[in-house]
Design a protein. Structure first.
Lengths: 71, 669
C-alpha cells in the first residue's frame, strides 16, 4: 500500500473522488481521508504506478479542480 | 420587515468578520493569506451591499431619463452585478470548469445556477437583487468557515499528538551534535538533556531522572528512571541528564508507531461515514431532479389545468431546492466528529485504530477481561515454598533454570526469587508444554515444573496448597519435590473500574484466567465480576470466548481486554480487542483495535465515554441536518420558504454541525 499526501478542499468531493478512483482498473483499492488529507492506494498487479497516478490525478481533477497530490 | 432583517444580518456579518479577523489573527496561529483574502472579499461585499441597500430603487429612478431611457434601472443593475461578480467569481469560474468536465452536480455548479436564476428573476421583476448576492455571500461565508474550522481542528488535533521528536543528541569526538532521529542507529548512545523529548526507545546506561510520560500514556504521574531502565520515545526528560543506548531505529519506535496508527485511523471508515457518503450520492441527484421537475413540468401542468403557468414562482421554489441540495454539512461533520474523538482520546493515552472501532466501542454491552496483567498487576512474587523434599535453595535453582527461557510473568517471579545468575551450561533440554508447564533436563535430573495437569500427565500426585495463589509444582526425576506459591496482587484501580463500567450500562463483566478456579474466583469476587472462568489454556480462552459471543453477541458488542501477552488470538476474535499497558509492547499495539497506553483499567470507561459522546454528536448532527433540510425542502414546495431560509438550511446548518462536532475533542477526566 502506498500513502500520498493530498490536497482536497471539500468533504463531499473527497468521497466522490474516492469513488471515481476505485472505478479505475489500475487501482485495487483507494481510501481518501479528508481529515488527514491523505490517500492510501493499493495498485492492481503489473501496473506502472507513475502512469496510474497521472490517471488518478486526471480523474480527480475532473471532480474537484483543486485536487492535488503533494508528493 | 424582510428589509430590516436582511440589513441587520448584513451588519451582523460585518461585525463577525471584523471580530474574527481580530481574534484569529493574533499570536502564532495567524490566518493564511488565502483566508484573509476570503475575509476581505466577504467584508467588502457586505459593506457595498449595505450601502446600496440604503439607496432605494426610487433614487435610481430619478436618473432614469438622464443619458438614455431607463438609465437609472440599468445603473442599479450594473452596481449589483459588479458586486455579484466580485463575490461569486470563483464559484462561477469553477462551475464553468465543472460544466466542461460534465460534473453537473458539484456544489459550485448548483450555487451558480441558483444565484444566476435568482438574479434573472430579479431583473425580470426589477426588484430584489440582494437575494442572489446574499445567497452567494452566505455560501462563501459557509465555505470560509468550513475550511477554517476543519483546518483549525486538524491543527489542534495534530498539536495534541505533537509527540514527534525533532532531533537527537549524539556524542561525536567528545562533542555533542544534534542529528535527525531517523539517522540514529540501533545501539548508538544518545544524550537527553532536561526538558528534551526522548527521541528513540532505549535503555538508560548512565544517569537518573524523572520522566513525564503524559504525552504517551495520558497519565500525569512522573516515572523515575535509572541505569538499566527502559525509556520510551515521546516522554519528556524532566531533571537529570540521561545517556541512553537505543534499541530501535526511529521508524520502529513507539512514537512512530503511535503517529502512524492515529494517522491511519481515519482510513478505517465507520458505518455512519459509509452511510453518509452513500446518502450523499443519492440525495443531491434526487433533489436536483425534483428542482428540474418543478421548473419545467409543474408550470406546464399548471398551464394545462389552470391556464396560468406561474413559472416565476415555481422557478423560485426550484432554486431553493438547488441551494438546499448540497449535502456538505453532514458529509463533513461525521468524519470530523470521529477524527476529533480519536485526537481527544489519544491525548488521554487511548489509541483508537479507526472510526469503525469508536462505533463498536459505543455499543459494547459485555466486557471480557483477561485476569493477569489486566485486572491484577501481573507482577508475581514468590510467597513461599512448601512440602519441599530438597533444600529451598536447591529447589529454587532447578525451577529457575527450567523456567529460564520463558517470558511468562510467573517465570520471571521465580527468577527474581532465585536472584542469582543462570548457568546455561547445566540446562540440557527445555520443553514447554503450553498450558501445563515445562519439562527440562538440568544437570543429570529431569525436572518438571508446572500445574496439576502436568504432574498427573507424568504420573505424579501433587499435594494441594491451602493458600490462594498460583501453585507451581515441581517433580524431580518423576518424584514430587514440593511446590512454590506465587501471588499476584489486584490493581488499586480495578474495583473502581468495574463499578464504573457497570454504572455505564455494561450488563456483563466476565473474567477469563489460566489460573485455577480458586484464584480466579478470589480475584473476580473481590472486584464484583459477574462470571468467572478459570483453568483455561490459551486455546480454551478462544473457545470460551466464542461461547460468550454466541450467548451475549445478540445483546450488544463483546469487548475483550487483555495485556497483549498470550491473548492475541482472543484480541483478534473479539468485536473489539483492547490491549492495555501497551507502552512499548509492539505485539499488543498490532493485535488490538484499541490500545490503552498505560495499565490503568479505569481508562476503559473513559474510552467508552468518549465513543458514546462521539456517536451521540454524530447522530445529533445527522438528524438535525436532515430535519432542517427536509423541513426547508417541504416549505419551499408549498412556497413558504425563500432563499434566505434555503441558505440557512445549507450554510447555517453546516456551521452549527461543525461547531457541535468539535466538541468531540474535549474529554472529561
Amino acid at each position: 500500500m502506498k500513502k500520498y499526501n493530498i490536497e482536497v478542499d471539500c468533504a463531499n468531493c473527497a468521497n466522490l473522488v474516492e469513488g471515481k478512483i476505485n472505478e479505475l482498473p489500475e487501482i485495487a483499492s483507494c481510501t481518501i481521508s479528508f481529515m488527514t488529507q491523505k490517500m492510501n492506494i493499493e495498485f492492481a498487479e503489473n501496473v506502472n504506478e507513475k502512469d496510474a497516478l497521472d490517471k488518478i490525478l486526471k480523474v480527480a481533477k475532473k471532480v474537484e479542480p483543486d485536487f492535488e497530490i503533494l508528493d | 420587515m424582510a428589509y430590516i432583517i436582511s440589513n441587520l444580518l448584513l451588519i451582523l456579518v460585518i461585525i463577525a468578520v471584523c471580530v474574527s479577523k481580530y481574534i484569529f489573527n493574533k499570536g502564532q496561529n495567524k490566518l493564511t493569506k488565502k483566508q484573509i483574502k476570503g475575509l476581505n472579499q466577504i467584508l467588502i461585499t457586505t459593506c457595498s451591499v449595505l450601502v446600496l441597500q440604503f439607496i432605494p430603487a426610487e433614487t435610481f429612478q430619478k436618473l432614469d431619463n438622464y443619458i438614455f431611457e431607463d438609465f437609472g434601472k440599468y445603473l442599479r443593475f450594473a452596481c449589483y452585478l459588479a458586486i455579484y461578480w466580485f463575490i461569486g467569481k470563483d464559484v462561477l469560474k469553477k462551475s464553468l470548469v465543472g460544466f466542461k468536465n460534465k460534473q453537473f452536480l458539484d456544489e459550485n455548479f448548483l450555487m451558480a445556477i441558483a444565484t444566476i436564476g435568482a438574479f434573472a428573476l430579479a431583473v425580470y421583476e426589477n426588484g430584489d437583487y440582494l437575494e442572489a448576492i446574499a445567497v452567494m455571500l452566505f455560501y462563501m461565508i459557509g465555505e470560509w468557515f468550513e475550511k477554517f474550522a476543519v483546518g483549525k481542528s486538524r491543527k489542534n488535533i495534530s498539536e495534541l499528538m505533537d509527540i514527534r521528536p525533532d532531533y537527537a543528541n549524539i556524542e561525536v569526538d567528545n562533542q555533542i551534535k544534534q542529528v535527525a532521529p531517523e539517522t540514529v542507529k540501533i545501539g548508538d548512545i544518545i544524550i537527553i538533556n532536561p526538558g528534551e523529548k526522548i527521541p528513540l526507545d532505549g535503555i538508560v546506561v548512565n544517569g537518573t531522572s524523572t520522566l513525564n510520560t503524559s504525552a504517551i500514556t495520558g497519565e500525569s504521574a512522573p516515572l523515575n528512571v535509572e541505569p538499566d531502565s527502559e525509556v520510551i520515545s515521546g516522554c519528556i526528560n524532566l531533571n537529570g541528564v540521561l545517556k541512553v543506548r537505543t534499541t530501535k531505529v526511529f521508524a520502529e519506535t513507539t512514537v512512530s508507531k503511535i503517529l502512524e496508527l492515529v494517522e491511519e485511523a481515519s482510513a478505517n471508515k465507520s458505518v455512519s461515514e459509509k452511510f453518509i457518503s452513500k446518502f450523499a450520492r443519492y440525495y443531491t441527484p434526487i433533489v436536483v431532479g425534483l428542482a428540474a421537475f418543478m421548473t419545467f413540468v409543474v408550470p406546464i401542468l399548471n398551464y394545462i389545468f389552470t391556464k396560468d403557468a406561474n413559472f416565476a414562482s415555481w422557478l423560485y421554489r426550484a432554486l431553493n431546492f438547488l441551494v438546499i441540495s448540497c449535502p456538505c454539512a453532514i458529509v463533513v461533520s461525521v468524519p470530523l466528529s470521529f477524527f476529533a474523538s480519536i485526537g481527544g482520546a489519544s491525548k488521554e493515552g487511548i489509541l483508537i485504530k479507526g472510526s469503525n472501532y469508536i462505533e463498536v466501542l459505543s455499543k459494547v454491552k459485555t466486557i471480557v477481561f483477561d485476569k493477569t496483567g489486566t485486572l491484577t498487576k501481573g507482577t508475581f512474587e514468590v510467597q513461599g515454598i512448601h512440602h519441599n523434599s530438597h533444600e529451598k535453595e536447591v529447589l529454587l535453582k532447578y525451577t529457575a533454570h527450567a523456567e529460564s527461557a520463558s517470558s511468562h510473568p510467573i517465570s520471571k517471579s521465580i527468577l527474581n526469587a532465585y536472584n542469582k545468575p543462570i548457568d546455561r551450561s547445566i540446562v540440557h533440554k527445555i520443553e514447554e508444554i503450553s498450558g501445563h508447564g515445562i519439562v527440562a533436563q538440568i544437570e543429570d535430573k529431569e525436572v518438571a515444573v508446572g500445574n496439576d495437569k502436568l504432574m498427573q500427565s507424568i504420573g505424579v500426585t501433587p499435594l494441594p496448597c491451602h493458600h490462594i495463589g498460583t501453585i507451581v509444582h515441581i517433580a524431580i526425576d518423576k518424584k514430587y519435590a514440593g511446590h512454590i506459591l506465587i501471588n499476584d496482587s489486584i490493581k488499586e484501580t480495578s474495583a473502581q473500574a468495574i463499578s464504573d463500567l457497570k454504572n455505564q450500562g455494561i450488563t456483563e463483566t466476565i473474567m477469563l484466567s489460566g489460573d485455577n478456579q480458586k484464584i480466579a474466583d478470589d480475584v473476580g469476587g473481590k472486584l464484583g465480576i459477574n462470571k468467572i472462568f478459570g483453568n483455561l489454556l490459551p486455546t480454551d480462552k478462544v473457545a470460551k470466548f466464542e461461547e460468550i459471543i454466541a450467548t451475549n453477541g445478540a445483546n450488544g458488542k463483546v469487548a475483550f481486554v487483555g495485556d497483549g501477552i498470550n491473548d492475541a488470538p482472543v484480541l483478534t476474535r473479539a468485536d473489539i480487542g483492547i490491549a492495555m499497558g501497551a507502552m512499548g509492547s509492539d505485539a499488543a499495539i498490532e493485535a488490538a483495535d484499541v490500545v490503552l497506553m498505560d495499565d490503568n483499567p479505569e481508562k476503559l470507561s473513559q474510552a467508552i465515554k468518549i465513543a458514546r459522546k462521539c456517536l451521540t454528536i454524530v447522530y445529533q448532527n445527522i438528524i438535525f441536518a436532515l430535519v432542517v433540510k427536509f423541513a426547508c425542502l417541504l416549505l419551499s414546495v408549498i412556497g413558504f420558504a425563500n432563499l434566505y431560509m434555503a441558505i440557512f438550511a445549507d450554510v447555517g446548518v453546516l456551521i452549527l454541525v461543525v461547531i457541535n462536532a468539535i466538541r468531540c475533542i474535549f474529554v472529561k477526566k
